[in-house]
Design a protein around this ligand. Structure first.
Ligand SMILES: Nc1ncnc2c1ncn2[C@@H]1O[C@H](COP(=O)(O)OP(=O)(O)O)[C@@H](O)[C@H]1O
Ligand SMILES: [Mg+2]
Length: 245
């Protein structure tokens, strides 16, 4: 019976981080961090500047080494993989500040996304259906897109992997309200499509409307993970960790 339950539990997990320690140089930034992302959910990482949210995503991508602990993608260990292997394993990452190839066109950025896992036209069409605005701008150089459009392109490129797990680092940072709404809509659509997403956000309202659960990251530790309903009913937890709300 216990065995069956264990099997059930691991089936519904997309990603599991256990006891993760990370350093930037000599400075420890993550301390025994634990985190579980369930399949098909949007898990929000919430916390002050410098809490360790970006470092957590970089550790998943192999861009910052794990000095202790494990990061498992549906049971497959990611720590120790070279960074270029992590997207191939099925994790897509949209970094904070969305790094695109500015000189390249929208179409070329999308091609690069497709190449990482050898995806073709069908995937390209599905992704462009999610971002119709990009379809009209395929020949435009990505450096000349607006901030919101660049964010869409960065997400589109990531989705060209057909990832098991999507990591979004502050996707709405610095965008106009209308664009923020569009990005949030897209995250909700992806959730309906069963993509498992870790979303880093600093704004409470952004979190409450799209997340399933929220992790409070403080000083490199996951202090608490709560269901978003709980947070809607009692926003005091937000104040405790972020000092706003
Ligand atoms: N490349 C780096 N070199 C040295 N320290 C860094 C580097 N990146 C981040 N840090 C430090 O690590 C801590 C966590 O940063 P970060 O993960 O970016 O936090 P958050 O994304 O939550 O704002 C901060 O104290 C920050 O100054
Ligand atoms: Mg950050």
């Amino acid at each position: 019976m216990i065995e069956t339950n264990k099997a059930e539990a691991s089936k519904t997990e997309a990603l599991r981080i256990a006891g993760l320690d990370c350093f930037h140089g000599a400075v420890q930034v993550l301390y025994r961090l634990d985190l579980v992302l369930n399949k098909g959910e949007v898990l929000c990482l919430f916390g002050r500047n410098g809490a360790g949210k970006t470092t957590t995503l970089k550790a998943i991508m192999g861009l910052v080494p794990a000095s202790a602990g494990s990061i498992k993608l549906t049971g497959k260990e990611l720590t120790g993989l070279p960074a270029h292997e992590v997207p191939k394993a099925g994790v897509a990452y949209v970094p904070q500040g969305r790094r695109l190839f500015a000189e390249m066109t929208v179409a070329e950025n999308i091609e690069i996304g497709l190449m990482a896992r050898g995806k073709g036209r069908a995937v390209r069409d599905n992704v462009l259906d999610l971002f119709p605005l990009l379809r009209q701008r395929l020949r435009q150089r990505s450096g000349t897109l607006s901030g919101g459009e660049q964010q869409m392109l960065a997400m589109a490129r990531a989705l060209c992997l057909e990832p098991e797990v999507l990591l979004l680092d502050e996707p709405t940072e610095g965008l106009m309200p209308s664009m923020i709404a569009k990005i949030r809509e897209t995250v909700s659509k992806l959730r309906a499509m069963d993509v498992s997403t870790i979303l880093v956000e600093q704004r409470v309202d952004a979190v409450l409307s799209v997340a399933d659960r929220v992790c409070f990251i403080e000083n490199g530790r996951n202090r608490e993970t709560v269901d978003v309903e709980e947070l809607r009913a009692d926003p005091s937890a937000v104040r405790r960790y972020v000092g706003v709300g």
